[in-house]
Ligand binder design. Structure first.
Ligand code: NAX
Ligand code: ADP
Ligand code: MG
Length: 288
């Protein structure tokens, strides 16, 4: 098992080429947020916008449209019940994030199946929250096409998906389950672990100040954002997103008892500027 460190940030987060436009920095569609969990998809979309993805669309319940626009005018809205519209958006996307606040009823399941129908070769699919729970409960297979799949479960979601009880989630047991999945797994907990093929990475930073609702929704948006924006095979962008999420949280937690998820997103542009500009040996203190 390898400890992640700051060097993953410089490896991924680069100064932007001046000869560019929004399309250069990727398109992401985030699907989730039922009428009770609108905040989840707004937090995920916020992370994607502030993470720097060029074009961000939230496909969500129409009840969330006004709140989304009020909070995040940079994001576009789509009704997640409109299968064709969501399908068209997915076809045009680099990365699709599905699950934050999606819920686990029949409507949620229908929406998830529709997403799986439209994802296609070459894309990245981030599967989070309710989407993981639904896949486990309904025994849904991940899409068969050549996509890079990233699951972001917390320990209970991983128990549901892998069948491994939380107490038995050792690195060895997790690796065996991941190898059957053909996907990257970000197992979220204190000191999150990332499983990719036969590699395992551990996040040595982060704190209990992050133990608040919406923290994982924000991470899913960041993982999606970095994969869309910094197009690579997916792994380094995932590692950088996981590291940046907690590095920013740790800096905010120097002065706060808890960290609000949206504060991490709002701090990202300054943090990323420092990373892109810095010498690799300097500590990244974006609040310095
Ligand atoms: N503001 C919002 O709209 C929010 C919406 N949320 C959404 O709510 C849906 C349900 O997700 P939840 O995770 O709340 O519910 P889940 O039922 O999926 O998981 C919570 C259960 O897992 C157990 N558990 C064990 N280990 C855990 C760990 N390490 N981390 C978290 N839980 C652990 C908890 O005790 C609890 O029984 C998701 O779609 C999620 O995205 C949540 O993110 C909370 C905020
Ligand atoms: N005690 C802790 N120490 C470090 N990180 C934590 C701690 N508690 C929660 N987190 C982080 O917060 C996030 C929680 O994700 P999740 O449970 O999916 O939240 P939600 O679904 O409410 O958005 C994960 O990234 C997890 O690693
Ligand atoms: Mg979650």
């Amino acid at each position: 098992m390898q400890n992640l460190d700051e060097s993953i940030l410089q490896k991924v987060i680069k100064a932007r080429p001046q000869e560019s436009f929004k399309g250069t920095f990727g398109k992401i569609v985030l699907v989730g947020g039922n009428e009770n969990f609108g905040g989840a998809i707004i937090m995920a979309a916020t992370a994607a916008v502030y993470g720097g993805t060029g074009l961000v669309t939230a496909a969500t319940d129409p009840a969330n449209s006004a709140a989304l626009h009020a909070q995040l005018p940079e994001a576009m809205f789509a009704d997640f019940n409109d299968d064709q519209l969501v399908g068209d958006l997915i076809v045009a996307a680099d990365t699709v994030v599905v699950g934050p606040g999606l819920g686990d009823n029949a409507q949620s399941l229908h929406i998830l199946k529709n997403v799986f129908e439209y994802v296609h070769d070459g894309q990245t699919l981030v599967i989070d929250g309710s989407a993981i729970t639904l896949m486990a409960r309904e025994n849904l297979k991940q899409p068969a096409c050549q996509i890079s799949v990233i699951y972001t479960p917390h320990q209970m979601e991983w128990q549901r998906l892998s069948g491994i009880k939380i107490a038995d989630q050792s690195v060895e047991n997790n690796q065996k389950a991941v190898q059957k999945l053909n996907a990257t797994v970000v197992l979220k907990k204190h000191h999150t672990e990332i499983y990719h093929d036969d590699q395992v990475f551990k996040l040595p930073i982060g704190s209990a100040a992050q133990a608040v609702g919406g923290m994982g929704d924000t991470l899913a948006g960041m993982v999606g954002s970095f994969t869309a924006e910094f197009k690579d095979d997916g792994l380094d962008a995932v590692l950088a997103a996981v590291y940046a999420h907690s590095a920013v949280a740790d800096q905010i937690a120097e002065n706060q008892y808890i960290v609000l998820p949206h504060q991490i997103s709002h701090a990202l542009p300054a943090f990323m500027k420092k990373v892109a500009a810095q010498d690799s040996k300097t500590h990244i203190g974006f609040m310095d």
